[in-house]
Design a protein. Structure first.
Length: 79
């Protein structure tokens, strides 16, 4: 089994239709993803942010199994 785990921080901003996700920022570790998500929310003024991990297994064709590591500010629950 060839699983690949990626960590990312995703910012969220207010838009006309509610809250929209920005571009994910890849991070080398879960701790850095959490810190970066907090920085996006607290210091860069986004409405909210989440730190997450994504697991993909190319051998069996499973992609993007997400796990939320931490939420900051106003981020949608369904993300």
């Amino acid at each position: 089994m060839t699983e690949i785990v990626e960590f990312a921080a995703v910012p969220f901003d207010y838009a006309n239709d509610g809250i929209v996700a920005g571009d994910p920022v890849k991070c080398p570790s879960p701790a850095e993803a959490i810190q970066h998500a907090q920085d996006l929310w607290k210091f860069f003024g986004h409405a909210g942010a989440v730190a997450l991990s994504r697991t993909s297994d190319f051998e069996i064709g499973m992609f993007d199994k997400k796990q939320i590591l931490r939420r900051f500010g106003n981020a949608p629950r369904e993300y």
